[in-house]
Write a protein that binds this ligand. Structure first.
Ligand SMILES: C[S@@+](CC[C@H](N)C(=O)[O-])C[C@H]1O[C@@H](n2cnc3c(N)ncnc32)[C@H](O)[C@@H]1O
Length: 237
């Protein structure tokens, strides 16, 4: 699939599943997804201005978890799909949280260079076909010394865990996703993006190629999810 067809497909999928996205996330990850996002929120160092951009914010769970931390960062959420942002907007209103939301593309961020102290993206980068462009854009909008946090799935390294996980992804996930959302094909596609996502080592290399420094990765839940952190080079005095 060429990148523009893939982007249109991703848009179609998230438009269709927006209404059941949160429920399915919690069911399919047995509630672990909430813990993973809370972990990112706890690791976040919002920096001196407290400006944080959450790319591919979806229904806003990570953005809202970060906004609720003691640092009180000013989080902005960006996503390609208005139907996902509508959910985030309702959720923020219910929690009386301030969460500015922007419709936009992660590969062409509508912000000036050095606009944010931190940028986050949770389970979004694997849905963006041009990952080098997205990483370069996220690096561009970071202040020198700013931090990038990427939460994403990966296939576990241990062979038996990997086999069991791929069986779950290939068979069970599309089945359950299909029952709840009525769209088995979308969940089949999402499962494939997880199985195809590069290993943490390869992903760290991509971060370096985008100009980010000191990348490191933390495994969550036996390496099913990973938090990758890297920095933009600090300005030399
Ligand atoms: C699996 S959801 C993750 C949502 C949220 N971050 C979370 O943790 O639940 C992936 C999100 O990426 C968004 N997305 C996909 N391609 C994008 C792009 N090129 N630019 C911005 N957002 C994009 C989708 O619309 C969707 O909301």
């Amino acid at each position: 699939m060429d990148p523009s067809t893939q982007k249109a497909e991703v848009k179609r999928i998230f438009n269709r599943v927006a209404g059941v996205y949160d429920l399915l996330n919690h069911v399919l990850s047995l509630g672990e997804d909430l813990r993973w996002r809370r972990f990112v929120a706890r690791c976040l160092r919002p920096g001196p201005t407290g400006r944080v951009l959450d790319v591919a914010t979806g229904t806003g769970d990570l953005a809202l978890a970060m906004a609720a931390t003691g640092h009180h960062p000013q989080v902005v959420g960006l996503d390609l799909v208005p139907a996902m942002l509508a959910r985030a907007r309702d959720k923020a209103a219910r929690r009386r949280a301030r969460l500015p939301l922007v419709t936009g593309d992660g590969t062409r961020l509508p912000f000036a260079d050095h606009s944010f102290d931190a940028v986050t993206i949770a389970f979004g980068i694997r849905n963006i076909p041009d990952r080098p462009a997205a990483l370069a854009e996220m690096a561009r909008v970071l202040v020198p010394g700013g931090h990038l946090y990427v939460l994403e799935f990966a296939s576990p390294q241990r062979p038996w865990v990997r086999r069991a996980y791929h069986l779950y992804l290939g068979r069970l996930l599309p089945q359950i996703g299909g029952w709840i959302s009525g769209d088995k094909a979308s969940y089949q596609y999402l499962a494939e993006t997880i199985m195809d996502f590069p290993s943490p080592t390869k992903f760290r290399r991509m971060m370096r190629q985008a100009g980010l420094v000191q990348p490191r990765s933390y495994a969550l839940t036996r390496g099913i999810a990973w938090l990758h952190i890297a920095h933009r080079e600090p300005r030399l005095a």
